[in-house]
Design a protein around this ligand. Structure first.
Ligand SMILES: [Zn+2]
Length: 283
């Protein structure tokens, strides 16, 4: 949906920063027409309750005011692009209370590419030979930012949602995982757990998290291998999840947020952990 650029775009272009805190003005509210148009672009959000939508709108306004968007390769960032990303990035925050946006404190920049990019990669193999190749990327998260997203993949269609895909939630799930870690200690699928997680003492909660995720990851990889080698039914979750525990966590989060019921059927051990982590009420 095309929208005229309004004061909101001018605000974004100026890359103004708004910081939460007592005595500071609220971020500029999101205009009603823009808000409605953005939700219409994301029809899979229609199941949210009125108060959840209101929370999402407030978080999105604060998100937009505290992040800097950069269009790459001539892409001009307009209201629709910025708000679509803000809404999806803020969805996992809606039950996390007033400090929810702290999860995204470690970075400011969001780089939007028009389409997928080829990122140069290199690695040294066991024989000491240096290999260089180009990896197609539609998104990337890294410690301290920026988050990179390909705009062509930002608004998932009905089929993608049914498959549990959501690029924005995937990349921001990595930010949950990266928070509090150094660049030498990359994401590993083990985000900081909130105090009193599932009513458990911290060491018990950590062990439960670690053991449940590693068992589910091993089981998933096993099912994937059986599907690839022996033609058994492929697991529902995206095969990309088998790349690493950090990817398994990010793929699980995107599926959990866009297709909760299916995710709960497919990953019954993980759903209660994500319910507790994101403090999401039962339906
Ligand atoms: Zn990833």
């Amino acid at each position: 949906m095309a929208l005229p650029d309004g004061p909101w775009s001018r605000l974004l272009q100026g890359a103004r920063r708004w910081l939460a805190g007592p005595g500071l003005a609220d971020p500029p509210p999101i205009p009603e027409a823009l808000w409605r148009a953005t939700l219409a672009d994301l029809p899979w959000l229609a199941g949210l309750q009125a108060e959840e939508v209101a929370t999402l709108r407030g978080l999105s306004a604060r998100f937009l005011a505290s992040k800097e968007f950069h269009g790459a390769q001539g892409l001009v960032i307009n209201d629709r692009i910025a708000l679509s990303i803000a809404v999806q990035a803020c969805l996992p925050l809606i039950y996390l209370g007033a400090d929810a946006l702290d999860w995204y404190d470690d970075f400011v920049g969001i780089v939007i590419q028009p389409d997928e990019v080829l990122a140069p990669r290199e690695a040294i193999d066991e024989a000491g030979v240096l290999h260089r190749w180009k990896e197609p990327l539609i998104g990337e998260a890294m410690p301290g930012g920026p988050v990179m997203l390909a705009w062509s993949h930002v608004a998932p269609d009905h089929e993608a949602i049914a498959q549990g895909h959501n690029l924005v939630i995937h990349e921001f799930a990595h930010q949950f995982d990266l928070r509090g870690k150094s660049s030498a200690e990359p994401a590993n699928g083990g985000p900081i757990l909130p105090a009193g997680f599932m009513g458990l003492r911290r060491p018990v909660a950590l062990r439960l998290w670690r053991e449940t995720w590693s068992a589910a990851y091993a089981h998933f990889r096993e099912r994937l291998e059986l599907a690839e080698r022996f033609g058994e039914p492929a697991p529902w979750l995206d095969a990309y999840a088998a790349q690493a525990p950090a990817e398994f966590f990010a793929v699980a989060c995107e599926a959990y947020w866009v297709a909760r019921e299916r995710f709960t059927q497919e990953c019954p051990t993980l759903a209660p952990l994500l319910d507790a982590f994101f403090k999401r009420p039962p339906r």
